[in-house]
Design a protein around this ligand. Structure first.
Ligand SMILES: [Zn+2]
Ligand SMILES: [Zn+2]
Length: 317
């Protein structure tokens, strides 16, 4: 009897995993456009060590990270003819200044036109924890933003922000990707620990062409993040990876392992911006037997559009 129950349970599990499309609860986005606003390369606008992208998804506009220097994202958006005053929701992937440096400037510049502009800030649990041997600059950003009427929401687990639009929340580090410096220490409820940037979270879009992933600096690891998506959001291919993945210093062995895992998850397209590393992106392209229209180095103003794919910047095409 017990073994019959196990077989039935296995059959149910297998059918769910094999046919993720059949769940009525899973909503998918139908319109999606992602435009890079801060990264190193730029043939339009300003390049910098940092990351930001603006996302238009089914009538909502989201800003993911805010660049490094206070003016970069504001200026690049102007240069690209993109209005950010109708963006209410902003996501900070983690505390580092190269992702959070533009937030206060943007709020100040845009709230006159729209009081709701950048007023809802979504962050992962751990972002406000005290860092022992360095200043956690996000605390000043938080108090400045709150003084300007903005609100922060903290996430520990995966959360559906809009239908088919997911925040990963904190990501378990099951594979030793170790995408952080190793020098930092963080004060947690379990004492002082190595600062693994526990708050690092990504944004995921569920589409008819699989999941589209946007990452800021990839401190949680691209493979760990993909494992987390399949475990905590739902199974299915992750076809597209956009943003920073912190592979800039990865060894050839680690890149070969990463490529194998990306292949397993179904990755077909990639815009490797910021800390992904230029050489690392080209190595992954070779290892995955991909090509220059499917896997490109990110640059300011480049685009990904659902149904159309990647439009690389001139410098990276
Ligand atoms: Zn970082
Ligand atoms: Zn970064």
């Amino acid at each position: 009897m017990k073994s019959l129950f196990c077989v039935l349970l296995m059959m149910v599990c297998m059918s769910v995993f094999a046919n993720p499309k059949k769940s009525a609860d899973w909503q998918r986005v139908t319109k999606l456009k992602i435009t890079t606003l801060s990264t190193m390369l730029a043939s339009r606008g300003i390049g910098e060590w940092g990351y930001s992208a603006v996302i238009e998804v089914d009538g909502n506009k989201i800003l993911f990270d805010t660049g490094n220097r206070p003016q970069t994202v504001l200026q690049n958006a102007k240069d690209l003819g993109i209005d950010l005053s109708d963006v209410k929701d902003v996501i900070l992937s983690h505390n580092h200044g190269d992702h959070t440096g533009g937030l206060v400037t943007l709020r100040k510049a845009l709230m006159g036109k729209n009081p709701q502009a950048l007023s809802k800030v979504h962050v992962g649990k751990g972002i406000f924890h005290k860092r022992v041997n360095s200043q956690n600059k996000i605390l000043k950003v938080k108090s400045d933003m709150e003084a300007l009427g903005a609100e922060f929401t903290l996430y520990e687990s995966a959360h559906e922000l809009f239908p088919g639009v997911w925040l990963t929340g904190n990501v378990a580090r099951i594979h030793p990707e170790k995408n952080w410096s190793g020098n930092g220490r963080i004060e947690t409820e379990n004492g002082i620990l190595e600062d693994t940037i526990p708050e690092d979270m990504s944004l995921v879009f569920d589409t008819d062409h699989g999941f589209i992933l946007v990452s800021g600096c990839g401190h949680a690891g691209i493979v760990n993040t993909m494992e987390h998506i399949n475990k905590h959001i739902h199974p299915g291919s992750i076809t597209t990876a956009i943003g920073g993945y912190h592979l800039v210093s990865a060894s050839d062995t680690h890149l070969a392992w990463t490529a194998k895992q990306l292949d397993r998850f179904g990755v077909e397209q990639m815009i490797g911006s910021h800390c992904t590393g230029i050489d690392a992106l080209y190595s992954l392209r070779t290892l995955l037997k991909s090509n220059r229209s499917q896997m490109v180095v990110g640059s300011v103003g480049d685009e990904f559009e659902l149904g159309k794919g990647i439009k690389a910047g001139f410098i990276a095409h």
